[in-house]
Design a binder for this molecule. Structure first.
Ligand code: PLP
Length: 475
């Protein structure tokens, strides 16, 4: 393809995308395909000779679109939002054009410097303590591909620091023996990536119980720590969540942080979903105690209108991070080497995209007030859905509606499971379940960027009518 054709095809693609968004409501939310559907439509060998762009686009429409789960559909209520936006997409287009691999200042100065700036912007927007700012000199923020990666990095840094301290105290013990002494903690409602992080880092991770609001409390943690210390273990890391995946509950980081400070334990806060809500001052009550936290993650790719991959990690001790992550071959060094400005020392991966360009484009296009309005609208729509559901006694709301998620169930697990299966197979809506205590519940997440009361009412009517059918069939 030459630049003349690229100009034409690019314009066509923009129209194709705008048409997709304008007509998305006519599509099924969840595709009507079975596993292996694509093998029947696409040859098993690549073409020997160049194919035309027209043929490729026709096949995108014929083979790929029918297999897309439409995350940007007004009735997509599964998982959490994965909001993108036109400014984000346009900036990504340019990032692909630059094709820069942004692992050091020299590999792309604009990317590195813009990342420093936007990470400080967002930290200030959500009122993180000053210790997390690059401009403060002690800590800083860095983008990663996903929250799972942010969390793994926080664990690796904490583990590195703990092992270093232990090896000073026990110089005769092998690193493997010291590693075996370490123990970390998470609540039973922590995202599964916390468990995976423990598994990959080869550290024991204890699962702790929560209170009636699904919140991990300081006294539960304290008890577990004292018990483990009596058994010769070394508590070194606590994983707390603000906005759990199952029900959007909030661990009590004030109480947890006080315990961690006293015991000199690294406290990581995962706010992958809820972190974006802290753009609105009214939701910052959940952040009480944030000053005692060592690292914090949020996913702008979930709720801040920046498309994936775009996760953010802040750490209050960049020296500890760099100490844990640095290897420095000659071919990656440059004349302006400053480890605090080379994000390869802040990441597991070397290669990284120019993520900050879309972040900058979105932050400027919407402004703080635009993002606040977006979050507030989603939370208001969740409350509206709750109000509608409360009019029907056949449904029970589970947990509290704190942000943009409403969890509910019918009178027993079997009926609730049937309802979910029927809703998803209808193609009219997509939702996912969660397990809370012994209950099978349905999560209704407000996801669509421009959602309004009409969309919510329609979703409610589909759920209500489907439940009526299921309940009538079983009577
Ligand atoms: N933490 C929470 C609270 C989440 O809800 C999720 C995903 O939904 C994650 C972590 C993992 O996010 P990622 O897919 O970016 O690794």
């Amino acid at each position: 393809m030459d630049s003349k054709e690229f100009r034409r095809r690019g314009r066509e693609m923009v129209d194709y995308i705008a048409d997709y968004f304008e007509n998305i409501e006519q599509r099924r939310v969840f595709p009507d395909v079975q596993p292996g559907y694509l093998k029947e439509l696409v040859p098993s060998e690549p073409p020997q000779h160049p194919d035309s762009w027209d043929n490729i686009m026709n096949d995108i429409t014929r083979c790929i679109l029918p297999g897309i789960t439409n995350w940007q559909h007004p009735h997509f209520h599964a998982y959490f939002p994965s909001n993108n936006s036109y400014p984000s997409m346009l900036a990504e287009f340019l990032v692909d054009a630059f094709g820069a691999v942004c692992f050091s200042w020299a590999s792309c100065p604009a990317s590195t410097e813009l990342e420093v700036i936007v990470m400080d912007w967002i930290a200030n927007m959500i009122a993180l303590p000053k210790k997390f700012l690059h401009s403060n000199g002690v800590g800083g923020g860095v983008t990663q591909s996903t929250a799972s990666e942010c969390i793994l990095i926080s664990m690796l840094v904490a583990r590195h620091k703990a092992l270093k301290n232990l090896s000073h105290l026990h110089q005769n013990l092998e690193p493997g023996v010291l590693l075996d002494k370490l123990v970390a903690y998470r609540s039973k409602y922590a995202h599964s990536c916390a468990e995976k992080t423990g598994m990959l880092s080869l550290v024991k991770m204890r699962e702790l119980d929560v209170d009636e609001k699904f919140s991990l409390r300081g006294n539960t943690l304290e008890k577990a720590i004292q018990e483990d210390k009596r058994n010769g273990l070394v508590p070194f890391y606590v994983f707390a969540t603000l906005g759990t995946t199952s029900v959007v509950s909030f661990d009590n980081i004030k109480e947890i942080g006080e315990v961690c400070s006293r015991e000199k334990i690294w406290l990581h806060v995962d706010a992958a979903y809820a972190g974006s809500a802290f753009v609105c001052p009214e939701f910052r009550v959940y952040m009480e105690g944030i000053e005692n936290v060592q690292s914090f993650d949020l996913n702008p790719q979930k709720w801040m209108l920046m498309n994936a991959e775009c996760s953010a990690l802040w750490i209050d001790d960049k020296e500890a991070l760099i100490d844990a992550m640095t290897v420095d071959p000659l071919y990656l060094q440059h004349n302006h080497s400053d480890k605090t400005e080379d994000f390869r020392h802040w990441s597991v991966t070397l290669g990284r995209r120019f993520r900050s360009l879309k972040m900058w484009a979105v932050l400027r296009s919407y402004g703080v007030t635009g993002l606040q309005n977006h979050i507030k609208n989603h939370c208001k729509m969740a409350k509206y859905f709750e109000t509608l559901m409360l009019t029907d006694a056949r449904f029970q709301i589970v947990g509290q509606v704190t942000l943009g998620l409403v969890c509910f169930k019918l009178r027993d697990n079997q009926l609730t499971e049937k309802l979910l299966s029927s809703l998803n197979s209808s193609g009219k809506m997509h939702l996912v379940p969660a397990a809370v205590n012994d209950d099978y519940i349905i999560r209704f997440a407000v996801c669509f960027q421009k959602i309004n009361e009409d969309h919510i009412r329609k979703s409610w009517e589909i759920i209500r009518d489907t439940a009526t059918k299921i309940l009538n069939d079983t009577e």
